[in-house]
Structures are given as structure tokens and as C-alpha cells.
Ligand binder design. Structure first.
Ligand SMILES: *[C@@H]1O[C@H](CO)[C@@H](O)[C@H](O)[C@H]1NC(C)=O
Ligand SMILES: *[C@@H]1O[C@H](CO)[C@@H](O)[C@H](O)[C@H]1NC(C)=O
Ligand SMILES: *[C@@H]1O[C@H](CO)[C@@H](O)[C@H](O)[C@H]1NC(C)=O
Ligand SMILES: *[C@@H]1O[C@H](CO)[C@@H](O)[C@H](O)[C@H]1NC(C)=O
Ligand SMILES: *[C@@H]1O[C@H](CO)[C@@H](O)[C@H](O)[C@H]1NC(C)=O
Ligand SMILES: *[C@@H]1O[C@H](CO)[C@@H](O)[C@H](O)[C@H]1NC(C)=O
Ligand SMILES: *[C@@H]1O[C@H](CO)[C@@H](O)[C@H](O)[C@H]1NC(C)=O
Ligand SMILES: *[C@@H]1O[C@H](CO)[C@@H](O)[C@H](O)[C@H]1NC(C)=O
Ligand SMILES: *[C@@H]1O[C@H](CO)[C@@H](O)[C@H](O)[C@H]1NC(C)=O
Ligand SMILES: *[C@@H]1O[C@H](CO)[C@@H](O)[C@H](O)[C@H]1NC(C)=O
Ligand SMILES: *[C@@H]1O[C@H](CO)[C@@H](O)[C@H](O)[C@H]1NC(C)=O
Ligand SMILES: CC(=O)N[C@H]1CO[C@H](CO)[C@@H](O)[C@@H]1O
Length: 567
């Protein structure tokens, strides 16, 4: 029985460039022998207590108002308070996806970190669950980590079941960061902390900088593998364990790629290669850097390699969810109102499917496309399969979600001589004229996004414009752009995800008009366009007051947030 754990990556950054910009760092993993930082298991027993502050509810989901102008309808955002990294996604044996996330339920800025929890059957429609992991005391933060299904009871925590879940996470105190585990008998809804925590403590000279463990099962060596960051040493530690409790240092990956100021949230996943021999797959090591990205702020970069040359049974496509924000301004974006409960902060991207593809010039590259987007489509708004040079104009003010998916394919292209013209889109407000625009120049391969014409937020780090360059592949004879816009976030994908970018934006009035224009195409080319309204996955769950209550079947604790105030 093989556990099906879903990898997560933490995306710090408004624009994820998953091909061109990262090609310079697209190098094989080089594992060097363990150098300075090291870690050992401690035998000291620390508190396994769960400390819940009086203003943080236990045993009940926090309700949220999902009816705001900035509330995305097919993207995950927390009921209230502040969210950052996704943590420990996995699928339980019921087929339900579990998302945990870095969550401060008591303020609209990062601070008192818990593991928030939500579940979904389709990754677009979410049910908020009670907070899953609480700190052990007032000075502790439960930082990022991951979760695995211990199907074989390697830990010994699960004598009677094959669906036991173990969460592995960082406990942050001002003196140090250590790795802890907690186990769940009920498919990941509630956790018991391990009595022998911590299971891994920092060595070296920076005890306060050792975090974000990501654990996978390594079939070939029949043991658990953890990647964990030594952020300011620019090292990723690789550890192994037979039981999730005792960890042995294996190797370090040092100073690869763009280092920024810190390495964070490493992730290692196995990923299929498209067009390779049927069982071919490789390992992908992802590292978030913060700040110091080429486009400003924080990004995730990836490295493709083998992990001792092993091949697994092919997995289903890798799916990731990403935090769509940026540490340089995430604590101040205008989605939260004055008081806790008026709004929320931070949004995850839509789920993305991934595979590796050998692209001309770039070589093996990570492809990212919106996963199963058709499952959340409500209706078709426009369709034209012979647009040529022309415009699709659309008033979508009556779409309840305010969320659209669109595709535009230019086909019939031949040699690079035939690459001419532009394909542009603009979403605007019929009231204020504010807009988000973007598009692609077919001849140069450039793709761009501009959020500068929205007036709801301004900040020196809130970059106006983004661009990247894709490459035409003659074998495809096509140039494709698709995207999702959802009230305050837009995600675009070039050529099925060879390049992708996500950006948040904050107009003072809702955007309600779409125009998609094609001009200057070669006469051999044709254009097909489709635009679809997406469901209001959150509002469909709301009561008459727009409140989404989450899982209310758990009973337990009825602490309410009525008296809470912004800290
Ligand atoms: C599994 O799904 C069924 C049907 O939705 C539900 O009744 C049951 O509570 C779920 N079990 C767990 C452990 O979540
Ligand atoms: C569980 O045991 C089976 C049989 O020994 C093995 O193939 C599999 O890799 C193990 N998986 C985990 C997660 O322990
Ligand atoms: C699970 O592990 C515990 C502790 O090692 C052991 O007592 C129990 O028998 C194991 N259960 C199974 C089903 O292997
Ligand atoms: C496992 O089952 C045994 C026998 O029914 C029971 O005594 C024990 O409490 C169970 N353990 C857990 C962790 O549920
Ligand atoms: C980390 O700091 C805590 C609180 O000050 C202390 O009790 C603990 O021993 C420290 N752990 C390590 C491994 O240094
Ligand atoms: C259109 O494309 C063809 C190649 O298919 C090329 O020979 C021709 O010059 C192009 N026309 C223009 C006006 O660029
Ligand atoms: C598009 O416009 C260009 C000139 O701007 C023209 O050469 C071309 O034939 C037109 N293409 C189509 C498909 O109508
Ligand atoms: C665009 O191309 C993709 C990939 O071939 C295809 O799946 C999709 O249906 C096309 N969309 C439109 C609107 O033609
Ligand atoms: C909606 O809000 C009104 C006014 O605050 C309140 O009386 C009513 O109980 C609420 N309805 C629900 C279903 O919460
Ligand atoms: C609510 O939580 C319980 C566990 O506490 C779980 O069994 C159940 O499936 C959840 N229901 C929904 C709708 O998520
Ligand atoms: C309910 O909350 C109180 C205060 O936070 C806590 O002491 C108690 O253990 C909780 N009960 C349950 C069942 O979670
Ligand atoms: C588990 C395993 O086979 N590890 C090997 C991975 O490759 C290095 C370098 O060849 C070996 O030293 C390890 O023993």
C-alpha cells in the first residue's frame, strides 16, 4: 500500500516564472557531503501540550464572510486573519484533499502561527475545518512543515489502522527552531503531539535558522526522507528515518541557484517526464528564496535531478498549491479591513498540475497548468474558433463569482517567419475605468501583465508590470494563452504552462468587462477563443449574511470569535 502524499510548494512571489527566468538555475542537484550544519535527535522530552489562547477557538471551524469585492471564489483564502505558506497537503483514504496552512487567526498580519486546516474534493471548493495544530505555549509558533500517511505503522503510532497521518513541522521560539511531529488517528482532522518532541534539533552556529521540513517516503530504500532548510547558511539538509522519529543526516545541498537573503520551504518531489520512456520520472527540488528574486520580492526556484537514480511507479500528476503573495507587502494588502473579521489576508493559487517537458533551448522544464479547471466551470460566455484579427468583448457583471477562465489559441503557424501580431486582454471596471491587462507578442514570444491601472493599493514593492519570454516550438505550430481571473487575483499560462504567472491586484471597483484583441496575425493563422464563467465555490456555501461556517459537525468547543479584536 503506498501512501499518497501530495507535495506542496511555497510560492513567495507574485509572478512565478517556471521556464525562461529559471532556466539559468535549472541545474542538477549536487549533493555534497554533510558540511557545517548538522542535526541530531535529542533525547530530552519537551512539552507535548497544546496551548490555546483564550481568543483562539478549538474544536470548531472559524466562520468567514466570503462576499467581499476582493474575495476570490475559486481560490482558497482563510475565513479571517492572516495566511501564508501551505503546509502538508495530502489525500486521505476517502479521496479528500487536506490543506494545512500557516495561519494567524487573531490578527491580519503574520504573528501567532498555527496550522489552519481546510478540506476539498476538487481543490476549488473548500470546507474550513477547526485549526489542526496549536502552539505549546505563548512564545511558540507552529511554523511550516508537511504531512505523510504512515500506511505501514513505521512510527508505531498506528497499531490499528493503515491511514494514520503524521505531521512534521517546525516549532519556532526566539532561542531556536526545532522539528516536531504530531500524529492523527482521524484522517488528519485532529493531532496528538509526540511526547518525545523535538525529533530534530539544529546543529551549527545558527540555531534560530532551521526550518520547514518536507518529508517523502523513498520506496527504493524503504525509509522516510526529509529536506529541511538552513536558511541563512544557504543549505538544504537531507535526512533519513525508518520511523519518522529517529533522523540521520545524509547530505546537504549547498548554495545552488539564486540565493537571495534566505532559503526557505524546500520541497523534494518525484515528477513524471512527458515524452520520456513510459516510467520515466525525476526528482524536483524546490526552494523558496526571500527576498532577492530577479523580479523583486520572493520566488520559488526549482532544480531537476535524480535522487540516487531511482524510479518509482509513475505517480499521478503532481499537484501543487502556492501562496500567492510576497513578504514585502503581504501584511499590508487592503483585503483585511480595520478589524479582525472584516476580511482576510492572502490567497492560495489554484491547484496546478505539473510535469517535466524537454523544451527547445531551455531543456527539461517544469510545466504548470491549472489542474482540472473544467470541474469548476459554470457556463460558457463566449466561443469563437475562427476569430482571426478581431476582438471578443464581454460584459460579465452578472457572473456571481466574478471569476472567469479564458483560452486563446493561435494555430496554423508555420516557420518562425509566420510569427507576427499580438494577442492582448484587458479586464476593466465599467464604473472606474481601472484595469488589469496582459498579452503576448507572437513574434518575440514576450508575455506581459500590468496591474498598474488599479487604485486600491499602492506600495513601493508592489511592482506594476511583469514580463517573460516564451519560445515558439515549430512542432506545435501554435501559440496559446490561457488565464483565470478571480476578483483580486489573475493567473496566466503560456503554451499550456511552459510559462506561468500569478498576480494579485486591488481595484476600488469590481472589474466587470473583458476585451480580448488579436491583430496583425499572419494570414495562415487562425485563432480560437473560449471564455467561461466559474462557479462561486465559496458564496455557494454562504448563509443569507454571506457567512461560510466551515465544518460545524465536529462539535467540541464552541468558543466564538465575537469579542475578538485586532491585536
Ligand atoms: C468519508 O466520507 C464519507 C462520505 O462523505 C463520510 O461520511 C465520512 O465521515 C468520511 N470519513 C472520514 C474519516 O473523513
Ligand atoms: C509499506 O510496506 C510495503 C511492503 O513492504 C512497501 O512496499 C511500501 O513501500 C511501504 N510503504 C510505506 C509508506 O511504509
Ligand atoms: C504498530 O506499531 C506498534 C508499535 O511498534 C506495534 O505495537 C503494533 O503491533 C504495530 N501494529 C501493526 C498493525 O503493525
Ligand atoms: C488498538 O486496538 C486495541 C484493541 O482493540 C485497543 O486496545 C487500543 O486502544 C487501540 N489503539 C489505538 C491507538 O486506537
Ligand atoms: C530551544 O529553546 C528552548 C526555549 O528556550 C529550550 O528549552 C530548548 O532546550 C532549546 N532547544 C535546543 C535544541 O536548543
Ligand atoms: C506568413 O507566413 C509565411 C510562412 O508560413 C511567410 O512565408 C510569410 O512571409 C508570412 N507573411 C508575412 C506578411 O509575414
Ligand atoms: C491580420 O492582419 C494582417 C495585417 O495587419 C493581415 O496581413 C492578415 O492577413 C490578417 N490575418 C487574418 C487571419 O485575417
Ligand atoms: C487550446 O488548445 C488546447 C491544447 O491543444 C486545447 O485543449 C483547448 O481546447 C484549446 N482551446 C480553444 C479555445 O480552442
Ligand atoms: C444574519 O444577520 C442578522 C442580522 O445580524 C441576524 O439576525 C441573523 O440571525 C443572521 N442570519 C444567520 C443565518 O446567521
Ligand atoms: C468534519 O470533521 C470531522 C472530524 O472532526 C470529519 O470526520 C468530517 O468528515 C468533517 N466533515 C466535513 C464536511 O468536512
Ligand atoms: C475548549 O476550549 C478551551 C479553552 O480554549 C480548552 O481548554 C478546552 O480544552 C477545549 N475543549 C475541547 C474539547 O477542545
Ligand atoms: C541509499 C544509497 O544507495 N545511497 C547511495 C547514493 O549514492 C551515493 C553516491 O554514489 C552513495 O554513497 C550512497 O550510498
Amino acid at each position: 500500500m503506498s501512501p499518497y502524499t501530495q507535495p506542496f510548494i511555497t510560492l513567495l512571489g507574485l509572478l512565478t516564472l517556471t521556464s525562461a527566468q529559471s532556466s539559468t538555475v535549472n541545474t542538477p542537484i549536487s549533493s555534497s557531503a554533510l558540511s557545517s550544519p548538522s542535526a541530531t535527535r535529542t533525547v530530552s522530552r519537551s512539552s507535548s501540550a497544546t496551548y490555546s489562547q483564550s481568543d483562539v477557538p478549538t474544536g470548531t471551524a472559524i466562520a468567514g464572510n466570503y462576499d467581499g469585492a476582493y474575495r476570490p471564489q475559486v481560490h482558497f483564502s482563510p475565513p479571517q486573519g492572516f495566511m501564508n505558506d501551505p503546509n502538508g497537503m495530502f489525500v486521505d483514504d476517502n479521496g479528500t484533499y487536506h490543506l494545512y496552512y500557516q495561519y494567524n487567526p487573531v490578527a491580519n498580519v503574520a504573528g501567532r502561527q498555527h496550522w489552519g486546516h481546510a478540506t476539498s474534493d476538487d481543490l476549488y471548493t473548500w470546507t474550513n475545518q477547526p485549526i489542526a495544530i496549536f502552539p505549546g505555549g505563548p512564545t511558540e509558533g507552529v511554523f511550516s512543515g508537511s504531512a505523510v500517511v504512515d500506511a505501514n505503522n513505521t512510527s508505531g503510532f498506528f497499531p490499528n489502522q493503515t491511514n494514520g497521518v503524521v505531521a512534521i513541522y517546525t516549532i519556532n521560539v526566539s532561542e531556536n527552531q526545532t522539528q516536531h511531529i504530531a500524529y492523527s488517528y482521524d484522517n488528519g482532522y485532529s493531532f496528538t503531539k509526540y511526547q518525545g518532541n523535538p525529533v530534530l534539533v539544529p546543529g551549527g552556529t545558527n540555531p534560530t535558522q532551521f526550518r520547514d521540513p518536507k518529508v517523502i517516503w523513498h520506496e527504493q530504500t524503504q525509509r522516510w526522507i526529509m529536506v529541511v532548510a538552513y536558511p541563512i547558511d544557504f543549505e538544504i539538509g537531507i535526512f533519513s528515518s525508518p520511523n519518522l522519529i529517529d533522523w540521520t543526516a545524509e547530505s546537504n545541498v549547498s548554495h545552488i541557484g539564486v540565493t537571495g537573503l534566505q532559503y526557505e520551504c524546500p520541497n523534494m518531489v518525484e515528477i513524471p517526464v512527458q515524452g520520456g520512456s513510459s516510467n520515466e520520472s525525476m526528482y524536483l527540488l524546490l526552494i523558496s528564496i526571500n527576498p532577492g528574486a530577479p523580479l523583486g520580492g520572493s520566488i520559488t526556484e526549482y532544480f531537476i535531478g535524480t535522487f540516487n537514480g531511482t524510479l518509482f511507479d509513475p505517480l499521478d500528476s503532481t499537484i501543487t498549491l502556492n501562496w500567492a503573495s510576497n513578504w514585502q507587502y503581504t501584511n499590508v494588502v487592503p483585503t483585511a479591513g480595520d478589524q479582525l473579521g472584516d476580511g482576510f489576508r492572502s490567497v492560495m493559487t489554484v491547484p496546478r498540475g505539473h510535469y517535466l517537458k524537454d523544451l527547445p533551448r531551455f531543456g527539461l522544464s517544469l510545466i504548470s497548468y491549472p489542474w482540472n479547471i473544467n470541474s469548476i466551470v459554470e457556463s460558457e460566455l463566449a466561443s469563437n474558433d475562427s476569430l482571426g484579427n478581431g476582438t471578443v468583448l464581454l460584459d460579465y457583471s452578472n457572473v456571481e463569482s466574478g471569476a472567469l477562465y479564458f483560452e486563446a489559441n493561435i494555430t496554423g503557424l508555420k516557420t518562425s517567419d509566420s510569427l507576427d501580431g499580438t494577442l492582448n486582454f484587458i479586464f476593466s471596471s465599467s464604473v472606474s475605468g481601472e484595469s488589469i491587462s496582459g498579452g503576448t507578442f507572437v513574434s518575440s514570444g514576450d508575455v506581459w501583465l500590468d496591474r498598474g491601472h488599479t487604485d486600491g493599493f499602492s506600495n513601493p514593492f508592489f511592482t506594476d508590470k511583469f514580463s517573460a519570454t516564451g519560445l515558439y516550438n515549430e512542432d506545435d505550430g501554435a501559440w496559446r494563452l490561457s488565464g483565470i481571473i478571480d476578483r483580486s487575483i489573475i493567473e496566466i499560462f503560456l503554451n499550456g504552462g511552459e510559462l506561468s504567472g500569478s498576480t494579485v491586484f486591488f481595484p476600488t471597483r469590481p472589474l466587470d468587462t473583458m476585451a480580448l484583441r488579436v491583430s496583425g496575425l499572419n494570414s495562415t493563422a487562425t485563432v480560437s477563443v473560449g471564455v467561461w464563467a466559474l462557479k462561486a465555490a465559496w458564496l455557494d456555501q454562504a448563509n443569507v449574511n454571506g457567512t461560510v461556517r466551515g465544518n460545524v459537525t465536529t462539535g467540541g468547543n464552541s468558543t466564538t470569535l465575537g469579542a475578538m479584536r485586532l491585536l
